[in-house]
Design a protein around this ligand. Structure first.
Ligand SMILES: [Zn+2]
Ligand SMILES: [Zn+2]
Ligand SMILES: [Zn+2]
Length: 490
């Protein structure tokens, strides 16, 4: 299954250090490689809601009888996880509490290295010990935290396990800090843990990349390997890649101006982005642009004024959202959009954020019509900014399609769902749970569309009945990107 690894090779990328390049030709949607996690742990904030073996979110989990910390779907998941949990289990029991996610992950990595070495398969291109830790670049505050983690690690690490010095523990914690990859739940919509994927760490960043990375948990019934090959990432091509070409993914969202992206990359990954889109500031103008009224551009001062105002409102909105005060969120969005829409271009990123949140929350509150109109504006703006095969564009289009369907705009809804499906086939692949959901949605909306075209009256009656069958309590609460659990009917 991992024979994919002969499709890329390590090389010295000019000005970037190590990188990966393709050894053969790829086309949009091709998988360059699949890589299982070397080690992974559930985030501290999710330890009670996520299976520690398969990372699926579950209502009911069974606790490990020994440590009372680890939680699993069932015996199958528990058994599959035992090899990576057994030393941790004894350590937690002896320690009497649970260390944080970084310390837990560092321990899992070191137990595995002690047992199997830093390279565990023929397809692993680099040893975990050789990954960058960037400790010398870390700001004072982060260094302090690292020291606390090292201290806790030493308390937690059993005397019976192989001893490691402070330097090598710091190194592993540094590796986690700059190379830890967010592991999502089974539907890929919520970050629930963190893991280390050594080959993936070798893929350099470009703000306009030729690849995307997706977590695919695979088939649960196939869980029988010792080290969880179902927690794995896929590197997928977004377009044509020629042999010898370097492969890239984007570490940050493109919906920020180049200056902000560069700051994020510097702070988090310690490098200066020199990609073409940053060098040329590509699309920066669109992201901060004013609109044109009757052929006359809105004056710059006015655009700046509304931009500053938007930033303040976005902060206010975020706060209300975190408090779960959704009616307040809607109030803020409406108030802000009233000022934004006559002044800002439809590609202004602060306006896009407002449309995105407004559609998300309004859809949650079942104001489907208003939600759909905002969702449509959001997608229209995204299309002008994102790469046509960008995963975020695909997910946003899916969300907008579902909102239109909920609002009874079956034609537009079906069209959007088809577009989203085409993107997700490339970015997520046909076997990913979201793509499968989307395929079911596509067939459902196609059927409804046919019904609508034949008999509008019967269609609307049927829809009303379908919507009534969804009690509010069944609905997921809006999340930041607002894309979780939207297929509530299932
Ligand atoms: Zn499980
Ligand atoms: Zn246990
Ligand atoms: Zn860049």
């Amino acid at each position: 299954m991992y024979s994919y690894m002969d499709s890329v090779e390590l090389f010295e990328s000019p000005g970037k250090g190590r990188g990966l390049r393709a050894t053969k030709e790829f086309w949009a949607g091709d998988v360059l490689f699949i890589e299982p996690s070397f080690a992974a742990v559930v985030f501290d904030s999710y330890v009670a809601n996520v299976c520690h073996s398969c990372f699926r979110r579950q209502q009911k989990l069974q606790r490990c009888g020994q440590c009372k910390f680890a939680q699993y779907c069932d015996r199958t998941c528990q058994r599959a996880a035992w090899e990576e949990h057994k030393q941790e289990c004894a350590a937690i029991k002896a320690y009497g509490k649970t260390p944080n996610e970084n310390v837990r992950l560092a321990a899992r990595i070191l137990w595995r290295i002690d047992k199997q070495g830093g390279v565990v398969s023929d397809y692993q291109l680099i040893s975990v010990e050789e990954l960058e830790d960037h400790i010398s670049d870390m700001p004072e505050l982060d260094l302090k935290e690292l020291k606390v983690d090292v201290h806790n690690f030493l308390d937690y690490w059993p005397r019976t396990s192989k001893a490691h010095n402070v330097e090598s523990i710091s190194h592993i914690l540094g590796v986690i800090n700059c190379n830890g990859f967010t592991v999502s739940d089974q539907r890929g919509l919520q970050a629930v843990g963190v893991g280390i994927f050594p080959n993936l760490c070798m893929v350099n960043h470009d703000c306009w990349p030729n690849c995307t990375v997706v977590l695919n948990h695979g088939n649960q019934s196939a869980v029988n390997t010792v080290y969880h090959s179902h927690r794995r990432v896929e590197l997928r091509a977004l377009g044509k890649i020629s042999p010898g070409e370097e492969v890239y993914v984007s570490y940050v969202d493109f919906l920020n101006v180049s200056e902000v992206r560069k700051q994020q990359l510097k702070a988090q990954y310690f490098f200066d982005c020199t990609c073409e889109h940053c060098a040329n500031g590509t699309k920066d103008d669109l992201k901060m642009a004013g609109t044109v009224v009757d052929g006359v551009p809105v004056p710059d001062e006015q655009v700046k004024e509304v931009t500053d105002y938007s930033l303040m409102m976005l902060e206010k909105m975020d706060k209300a959202r975190l408090d779960g005060n959704y009616h307040e969120v809607v109030k803020i969005c409406r108030e802000c959009l009233e000022k934004q829409e006559p002044v800002l271009a439809d590609t202004h990123i602060y306006q896009l954020r407002m449309w995105s949140m407004a559609s998300e929350v309004l859809s949650y509150l079942q104001f489907f019509d208003e939600a759909a109109s905002y969702a449509r504006k959001m997608v229209d703006g995204y299309i002008k900014l994102y790469h046509p095969n960008n995963a975020a564009l695909g997910l946003a289009t899916m969300r907008a399609g579902v909102t239109h369907w909920q609002a009874g705009h079956i034609e537009v809804g079906h069209g959007m769902i088809c577009k989203a499906y085409a993107i997700l086939l490339i970015t997520h692949g046909p076997t990913h749970p979201i793509t499968k959901d989307l395929e079911a949605m596509r067939m459902q909306t196609e059927m409804e569309l046919r019904m609508f075209q034949q008999n509008e009256y019967v269609y609307h009656q049927m829809r009303e009945a379908a919507l009534k069958n969804q009690p509010m309590s069944m609905q997921a609460e809006p999340v930041e990107e607002g894309i979780k659990n939207m297929f509530r009917r299932k």
